[in-house]
Every structure is written in C-alpha cells, then in structure tokens.
Write a protein that binds this ligand. Structure first.
Ligand code: IMP
Ligand code: MG
Length: 180
C-alpha cells in the first residue's frame, strides 16, 4: 500500500537494495587497499548510508557526518549553503567520500566538496543515490550514482518534504498538491 500523498513508487525496497549493493561493489573495487572516510550528509542520507556502509569491505574505513541547509522547508533551493555541522575527524591528506541522498541544483555538494578540499582532504568523491541533472546550477558531477531521475520531487528512504516521509521504506513521487 502506498502512502496517500504518493503518486507512484520510483524505487521499491528490493530495487533500493540492489542499487546500494551495486554502488558498494564499485566503491570496494575503487578503494581496495586504501583508507577511506565516508561522510554522510544529514539527514537525508541516513538510510542509504546505513545500508551502504555495512556493505563496504575495506579494511580501513571511518564514518563521519556533516549537515548543511539550503532548502528551508520548501522544494526550491535558496542557493545559499550553510554548513550547520562540520566533520569531527581530521581529513588532511585523507580520501573522503561524501554520501548524499540526492544531487539537485548542486549547490550543497559544490560547497561541501569545496569545504573538504579546503580543509586539506587528499581526494573528495561524491556518492549520491539520486541525481536530477536537469536542475543543475553548479558544475558538480557524482562519482557514484544510484539513479538519474527527471525533475520530480521524491520522498522516502530518508528523503523528506518538510521533514516528513523519511520513514517510507521505498522512494516515491510526492503528489504536487502537497507542495504547490
Ligand atoms: P541541491 O543543493 O539543490 O543539490 O539540493 C540538495 C538537497 O536538496 C538534498 O540533499 C535534499 O535534501 C534536497 N532535495 C532536492 N531534491 C529533492 C527531492 O526530490 N526530494 C527531497 N529532497 C530533495
Ligand atoms: Mg532535505
């Protein structure tokens, strides 16, 4: 049964598990024998991060979090990004992988990547579950992408609209009447 505010399912629980597993395989291959710091962007990435991180088979990987705000409570990005929580570990000379729920205008990931490189990270790659390239405003590309989607507003599996729907176990398209 779909939630009443959802038009259609975009990714089922089974498809999410397959997508996460495919991304983990690539990360495991790319970082084999290397150290990695995985940084989850709160709060939208938490389900994805939890499922992805436990599939990493690297001998040395650490977990950390950052939080940024650009959206307020609407569906249109303000363009200005505030880092509300910075990493607590030292990233100098380390390989960092940012894990995000969705890459939209690119404002958030552009700022976060710039910030981490500015702190001295040796490399900063981006892993996003969803990508909406048609909405891009900043030159950002993800190194690992679960699924490229059209300009739809999606929720569930961590993704929210105004802090709601994060608990849905699948990802669905939100009815336009909810946010218009
Ligand atoms: P960007 O800075 O415009 O790339 O926005 C990235 C952030 O906007 C994501 O981390 C999400 O929190 C939010 N966002 C963008 N599109 C969606 C969507 O379709 N559903 C839920 N959140 C979204
Ligand atoms: Mg959000």
């Amino acid at each position: 049964m779909l939630h009443k505010d959802i038009v259609e399912k975009l990714m089922s629980e089974e498809e999410l598990a397959q997508t996460v597993s495919a991304i983990a395989d690539k990360i495991n291959a790319d970082y084999a024998g290397k150290e990695l710091i995985v940084i989850g962007i709160l709060k939208g990435s938490v389900m994805f991060l939890a499922d992805l991180f436990r599939r990493l088979t690297l001998d040395t990987c650490q977990l950390d979090f950052m939080a940024a705000s650009s959206y307020g409570s609407g569906t249109v990005s303000s363009g200005k990004v505030n880092i509300t929580k910075d990493v607590s570990c030292n990233v100098i000379g380390r390989n960092v992988l940012i894990v995000e729920d969705i890459l939209d205008t690119g404002n958030t990931l552009y700022s976060l990547k710039d910030h981490l490189l500015g702190k001295g990270a040796a490399s900063v790659k981006i892993c996003t579950l969803f990508d909406k390239p048609s909405r891009r405003k900043k030159p950002v590309t993800a190194d690992y992408t679960g699924k490229v989607i059209d300009d739809l507003f999606i929720v569930g599996y961590g993704l929210d609209y105004s802090e709601h729907y994060r608990n849905l176990p699948y990802v669905g398209v939100l009815k336009t009447e909810i946010y218009s």
